[in-house]
Design a protein around this ligand. Structure first.
Ligand code: ADP
Ligand code: MG
Length: 339
């Protein structure tokens, strides 16, 4: 009888994990932006070339990494954000799996520069498919710059599967907007092939929405506010007369994290009952704060789906809060004639 089971080498395990975490350039963008936020950055710059297929670079002015950490961060399950299983139920950071950088490094050429406030010089690391190629002291500002080049260079099937530059850029912009909407107090910029796409100064929620979606958005927003024992809701819904035929501007954030929830979406739609023309969808930007003990974020690697303890109660609170706001702002039912 022969034993046939082997432990996979790290680079193989990382490449497999990467398949889950990194679907396309936009997934890398999300992970890098979230790391910059967790590092308490106040300014975050995103730079992409060829829809992220050639280069994705995120620079932040956050707390940076020590020399040792700058190398360790590329190991799988290497994280500074949780220490024990209990921490999973009181997450205050975007990251906690310690998988993103290891995964990305397994499928791209990655460079990192990082410096902490108290360090004289920073650390520069180059990685090629999980192999550290070089590590040297470097001159750099406080914070971190991560450059991801030639994504999926070693997985031709994945690379070929990428969509057109227009489509991949759209995904990146979506991801960028979600993160920027969740964190209006942080300044963000986005450049594509040298042109500026967004330059967003530090501001409040309402102004961030306007800065992203245009000045005309301001008059469309109806504030929503509700505080209960289990849920605190803040944000805006679009007036019904501005509802669109597409579902573009619909955003839920739970504890500053963009999430998708068909169930809560239904609660919003229900609040608009009788106010919308057929086949139109209201826009909304709703920021929910919930005790981290009452939610589980760890059900999918990309963390856009989460589980709530008490979904039904959330539904009811959300629906009534929005109904109340629409009523207060004298939003009348739409009569079915063209305006
Ligand atoms: P996670 O975010 O889940 O911890 P990552 O692989 O994304 O896992 O990052 C690993 C670790 O590297 C982080 O826990 C953090 O300590 C460090 N790190 C990553 N990006 C940055 C950054 N921009 N600034 C400071 N530290 C960072
Ligand atoms: Mg991370």
């Amino acid at each position: 009888m022969a034993d046939i089971i082997q432990l996979l080498p790290d680079h193989v395990a990382n490449q497999i994990a990467a398949g889950e975490v990194v679907q396309r350039p936009a997934s890398v963008v999300k992970e890098l932006l979230e790391n910059a936020i967790d590092a308490e950055a106040t300014h975050i710059q995103l730079l992409i070339k060829d829809a992220g297929k050639t280069l994705i670079q995120v620079s932040d002015d956050g707390k940076g990494m020590s020399e040792t950490d700058a190398r360790l961060c590329f190991e799988r399950h290497a994280t500074s954000k949780i220490k024990m299983a209990e921490d999973l139920f009181q997450l205050k950071t975007k990251g906690f799996r310690g998988e993103a950088l290891a995964s990305i490094a397994a499928i791209a050429h990655v460079g990192l520069k990082s410096k902490q406030e108290e360090q004289e010089v920073g650390t520069e690391i180059k990685i090629n498919g999980t192999k550290v190629e070089s590590q040297e002291p470097c001159v750099t500002q406080k914070g971190t710059v991560v450059s991801v080049k030639n994504l999926f260079f070693n997985i031709p099937a994945r690379r070929n599967f990428l969509k057109s530059n227009a489509v991949e850029t759209r995904h990146i912009i979506d991801e960028f907007q979600r993160v920027a909407l969740a964190h209006p107090q942080i300044a963000f910029s986005l450049h594509h092939n040298g042109s500026e796409i967004f330059q967003l100064p530090s501001t409040n929620h309402r102004q961030r929405i306007v800065n992203i979606f245009g000045a005309k958005t301001n008059e469309k927003l109806v504030p929503v506010e509700e505080e209960t024992e289990i849920l605190n809701v803040q944000g805006f819904v679009g007036k019904p007369e501005f509802a669109k035929r597409t579902k573009g501007e619909q955003f839920f954030f739970v504890n500053d994290r963009f999430i998708k929830s068909p169930y809560l979406n239904h609660a919003v739609t229900a609040a608009f009952e009788g106010l919308l023309k057929e086949k139109t969808y209201p826009s909304y930007f709703l920021y929910l704060n919930i005790d981290p003990k009452r939610i589980d974020i760890n059900i999918h690697p990309t963390k856009t789906e989460i589980k709530f303890d008490d979904e039904h109660a959330l539904y009811a609170i959300l629906r009534s809060a929005i109904k109340h706001s629409l009523g207060q702002f004298n939003v009348a039912p739409v009569l079915d004639f063209e305006r």
